[in-house]
Design a protein around this ligand. Structure first.
Ligand code: NAD
Length: 347
């Protein structure tokens, strides 16, 4: 069991890591977090607005520092590790959208591979206690109708996004084997929940359906994903940070295999909207057919177990997006996002 009190979280203004930061600062009064984020289109300081504005979180604010910068910056990263006496790096930062990687993979190489390498180099030189790489089930490629991915499943990524994530995983492995760097890799299935950028399936469909716009579904809609609530994933990362064996890989899943069409029709039903809004569109190239996770190892070694059922999590997520209309309007408006980030910069 590690007792870490000073950690660097990268990509903390994105979907998953903002949930992670808000939860951990609240639950762990001895934890100090430095958040290094480049503020790409997906990074938004509004996700952590509660830390700035909520009087109940005043004390937590004192244990939090935001740094606007790039994980691939070879001067900045070593400086942060030393200045804040960082004990562990948790690398959430990434270009994360498969469709964008098909359109232009360059930023995926720069951030997901070179950025991870830069963090590993700095971590090794600073002799930190843990390097935790947040990875994805997509590195395993695709499954047939049966079977599950285990940590022993060979890596066989099919998109530029998953290839860049698999590359980072291999570098992390090599740094453990070659330099004895204490590392843990976590691989999780598809997340959903508050603060997810509305280009991803669930918030995209939710926002379109609410405006009675057509819902584009790739191909026959029969592609299967395993869905996990973001807070279950965050809990898994926390457990891996505290108890994960050095050099280990842990799968996390949500026990919720659903076809894309099932996800979309469930959403429409919960919103009281007609299925006639669904439009089948040309399939994504290289579209993986099915992902499903065997997380026995994480259950046994870490005590990991997802708490949310998909339907309960989805209901709460719909309510969150309905209650946070303003957040949605703002992230959808790029100019406003730039403005907000600049506004924060000036403070
Ligand atoms: P996201 O796209 O919402 O957020 C990514 C964050 O990283 C943003 O805040 C962005 O500004 C920041 N960032 C990007 N490039 C950067 C750079 N060069 N330097 C510093 N910061 C940078 O992503 P997410 O969905 O929250 O995913 C977080 C991590 O979890 C990623 O590594 C992703 O591969 C992994 N993951 C995601 C899922 C999922 O379903 N979303 C599932 C499994 C694993």
């Amino acid at each position: 069991q590690r007792r870490l009190t000073r950690i660097l979280v990268t990509g903390g203004c994105g979907f998953i890591a903002s949930n992670f930061i808000l939860t951990l600062l609240e639950q762990r009064p001895d934890l100090h977090i430095v958040n290094l984020d480049k503020l790409t289109y997906a990074g938004n300081r509004m996700n952590l607005l509660a830390l700035e504005q909520d009087p109940q979180r005043l004390e937590q604010r004192a244990r939090y520092v935001f740094i606007h910068g790039d994980i691939a910056d070879p001067v900045l990263v070593p400086r942060l590790l030393s200045e804040y006496r960082i004990q562990a790096v948790l690398n959430f930062a990434a270009e994360s959208h498969v469709d964008r990687s098909i359109h232009d993979s360059s930023p995926f190489i720069t951030t997901n591979i070179q950025g991870a390498h830069n963090l590993l180099e700095a971590a090794r030189k600073a002799e930190i206690e843990l390097f935790l790489q947040v990875s994805t089930d997509e590195v395993y490629g695709t499954l047939g109708p049966t079977g599950l991915f285990s940590e022993q499943t060979p890596l066989a990524p099919n998109s530029p996004y998953s290839a860049s994530k698999a590359s980072a995983d291999l570098l992390v492995r090599a740094y453990h084997e070659t330099y004895d760097l204490p590392t843990v890799i976590t691989r999780c299935s598809n997340n959903y929940g508050p603060f997810q950028f509305p280009e991803k399936l669930i918030p995209l469909m939710l926002t379109l359906a609410q405006e009675d716009k057509p819902l584009p579904v790739y191909g026959d809609g029969a592609n299967v994903r395993d869905w996990i609530h973001v807070l279950d994933h965050c809990r898994g990362v926390e457990l891996a940070m505290d108890r994960g064996h050095s050099g280990a890989v842990y799968n996390f899943g949500g026990n919720a295999e659903r076809t894309n069409i099932q996800v979309v029709t469930t959403l429409l039903d919960l919103l009281g909207k007609p299925h006639s809004l669904i439009r089948h569109v040309q399939d994504r190239p290289g579209h993986d057919r099915r992902y499903a996770m065997d997380y026995t190892l994480a259950a046994r070694e870490l005590g990991f177990a997802p708490k949310y059922t998909f339907e309960q999590g989805l209901r709460e997520t719909i309510l969150w997006y309905q209650d946070n209309r303003e957040w949605l309007d703002r992230v959808q408006d790029g100019s406003y996002r730039e403005f907000m980030n600049a506004w924060y910069e000036d403070r």
